[in-house]
Write a protein that binds this ligand. Structure first.
Ligand code: ATP
Ligand code: MG
Ligand code: FE
Length: 338
């Protein structure tokens, strides 16, 4: 079964061809990062307009790279939420037009489910149940994946997402957008114990997160140093901030896996690319007898291959949309997928 998948929820225009869920025949990603860098973050209107310009070419390229034609594709999968409404609508409308004109099923995919599914591509033997730590630009979730398409949310952020905290701290440090990769790189040169930023664990036993306090602590540290006229070592700030994020994420993720009595913990979303997060999770999961999995970097951030994979399982679960399918900017994982 061949799935043509389309992803335009934020600032990547992407199309992929995936065979039977886990075999990626092509995965074309056009990133708009350079356009948004100028503004220090994603500008929704620019994102939508750029998706419109790029989507047809990206789809053609995905088919060419996979060596197949529109007629050979069995179904069209598309992200319909969560994300920026204008950006989502570009991929969604394109998918609807293709499904309608080709007479093929239209499969609605939750973007966050896609991030989790990136692990199915990377690890052919991975099967539910497992616990997923989903850390992306807009989400921070601990989820028990009970079965394909069946999720129990164990915890989530009460304010900022982890990636959002990275991006905001990076902006305050003046190191550009997106901040995650920059902080990751700088942190390797810094001292992780230089500044004791507080770790927010919330109530005992809570698997929820909060990152806005940490973000404010970094901002106020930077202000204080400036007022005192003392030098700021940005490598140390990056390393100390990152260590605070990673400590809390990894402690709660391991606790969630143990409490859920699963043997496997998977990491998903853009922040899953973070080298220190992977390193500490490896250590803590090993110490607790858990198997730790994460996708390769190119499948961590937004891409259509992960949507094609999730779309395959959505189809198997009977999730087929009609032409009334609309974008759902605040779609969540625990609502019935469709
Ligand atoms: P969502 O998936 O929640 O809708 P999104 O699609 O914008 O949001 P992703 O593309 O999954 O988010 O991830 C982008 C985020 O990942 C950004 O916040 C970016 O800073 C962060 N990120 C990317 N690489 C790294 C890294 N090496 N370390 C930390 N964060 C990173
Ligand atoms: Mg992006
Ligand atoms: Fe994403």
């Amino acid at each position: 079964l061949l799935t043509l998948a389309i992803e335009t929820s934020c600032d990547e225009t992407s199309a992929a061809v995936v065979r039977n869920g886990r075999e990626v025949l092509s995965n074309i990603i056009y990133s708009q990062i350079d356009l948004h860098k100028l503004y220090g973050g994603v500008v929704p209107e620019i994102a939508s307009r750029n998706h419109v310009e790029k989507i047809s070419g990206v789809i053609d390229e995905a088919l060419r790279a996979a060596g197949c034609t529109f007629e050979e594709v069995d179904q069209i999968a598309t992200t319909y939420g969560p994300g920026l409404v204008g950006a989502l609508l570009v991929g969604l409308s394109t998918a609807k037009a293709l499904a309608f004109s080709l007479g093929k099923p239209l499969i609605p995919v939750n973007h966050i489910e896609g991030h989790v599914a990136a692990n199915y591509i990377a690890h052919p033997d991975l099967e539910p149940p497992f616990v997923a730590l989903i850390v992306s630009g807009g989400h921070t979730h601990l989820v028990k994946v009970v079965d394909y398409g069946h999720y129990e949310i164990l915890g989530k952020t009460r304010d900022d997402a982890a990636g959002e905290a990275y991006d905001k701290v990076a902006r305050a440090l003046g190191i550009g957008y997106p901040g995650g990769p920059q902080i990751d790189r700088l942190a390797r040169l810094g001292n992780r114990t230089a500044i004791p930023f507080t770790r927010t664990y919330l109530d005992q036993d809570s698997l929820d997160f909060s990152f806005s306090g940490l973000k404010s602590a970094v901002l106020s540290y930077l202000n204080q140093m400036k007022m005192k006229g003392e030098p700021i070592v940005i490598e140390d700030v990056a390393a100390s901030f990152q260590e605070a994020v990673v400590d809390v994420l990894t402690d709660k993720a391991v606790a969630a896996a143990l409490r859920s009595q699963v043997k496997t913990l998977v990491l998903a979303g853009g922040v899953a690319a973070n080298s220190r997060l992977r390193e500490v999770l490896d250590l803590k999961t090993k110490a607790n007898g858990l198997r730790m999995l994460y996708p390769p970097i190119e499948l961590c951030t937004d891409n259509a291959a992960m949507i094609g994979c999730a779309g395959y399982y959505a189809y198997k679960n009977g999730h087929i949309a009609d032409m009334t399918l609309n974008a759902v900017p605040n779609l969540t994982l625990d609502l019935p997928a469709f």
